[in-house]
Design a protein around this ligand. Structure first.
Ligand SMILES: Cc1cc2nc3c(=O)[nH]c(=O)nc-3n(C[C@H](O)[C@H](O)[C@H](O)COP(=O)(O)O)c2cc1C
Length: 231
């Protein structure tokens, strides 16, 4: 069993709360995993050329081409994205748009697979979770656990400190800590516990076995309900 971890934050491993919590979640699974940092790759979103409909292979020649096999080979996914303006990061969205290539006839690459969604915002990661869940649903992937966590405002690192007139500390009325006192998302035991629980639950679901075909049907039904609700 292999899990593919996707980090939708473009920031470095050292700074990114998404990366840290993603790694902690994957470690808790006790399974083999690999983390891909989308911010290191060059790619675009889907261009709707429909080139993939005949053989389920995206025609765009960019860095996501190499990732295609990893998506196919993975038994499950853990996807972490920062909250950017009340939604997932553009890196995460463009990446998931390209899963359109797996949605055509004669393809069940992702159908019935399992996932964990992680959203991190300076105030909330919740808006990210809804978006990841919705996009994975189109590929009949079932989310077994969702984690919404609070990280630091990205601007804590800008260097202007409490002199800044426009950043989150000013707007939210909070103090901007000096660089060496900026907390890590893993400092908070509740965050670590949330990640560990999600990782363990994913591993349990994978180890105890589940019926991919039934899971896929369940997701098809859910998607169909969603379509009917929005008509
Ligand atoms: C362009 C941009 C937009 C952001 N918008 C929001 C937002 O709407 N809500 C929120 O809670 N945090 C927002 N944030 C803060 C980030 O979500 C937060 O710093 C998060 O920890 C970043 O994840 P990372 O540390 O993995 O990069 C924004 C940050 C950036 C850079």
């Amino acid at each position: 069993m292999k899990i593919l971890g996707i980090c939708g934050s473009p920031r470095s491993k050292k700074l990114s709360a998404c990366y840290k919590i993603l790694e902690h979640t994957l470690e808790a699974t006790g399974m083999e995993y690999e983390i891909v940092r989308l911010g290191k790759l060059n790619y675009t979103g889907c261009i709707a050329c429909l080139g993939c409909v005949s053989d389920n292979v995206c025609r765009l020649h960019d860095d996501l081409r190499d990732l295609r096999n990893k998506i196919i080979e993975a038994d499950a996914y853990v996807i972490a994205s920062p909250n950017y303006y009340s939604g997932m990061s553009a890196f995460t969205r463009a990446f998931l748009e390209r899963w359109f290539q797996f949605r055509h006839r004669g393809n069940d690459t992702t159908w019935g697979k399992l996932a964990v969604a992680i959203g991190v915002g300076s105030m909330s990661g919740e808006p990210v979770l809804d978006e990841i869940e919705k996009m994975l649903m189109y590929n009949f992937v079932k989310i077994v656990a969702k984690i919404s966590l609070e990280g630091n405002p990205s601007c804590f690192y800008c260097g202007y400190g409490n002199n800044c007139e426009v950043g989150v500390p000013k707007l939210a009325g909070i103090s901007c800590p000096p660089p060496d006192k900026i907390p890590s998302i893993l400092d908070d035991p509740a965050n670590r516990e949330a990640a560990e629980n999600a990782g363990r639950l994913l591993a349990k679901s994978l180890r105890e076995g589940y019926d991919r075909r039934l899971t896929s049907l369940e997701m098809q039904e859910r998607l169909s309900e969603r379509f009917q609700e929005s008509v």
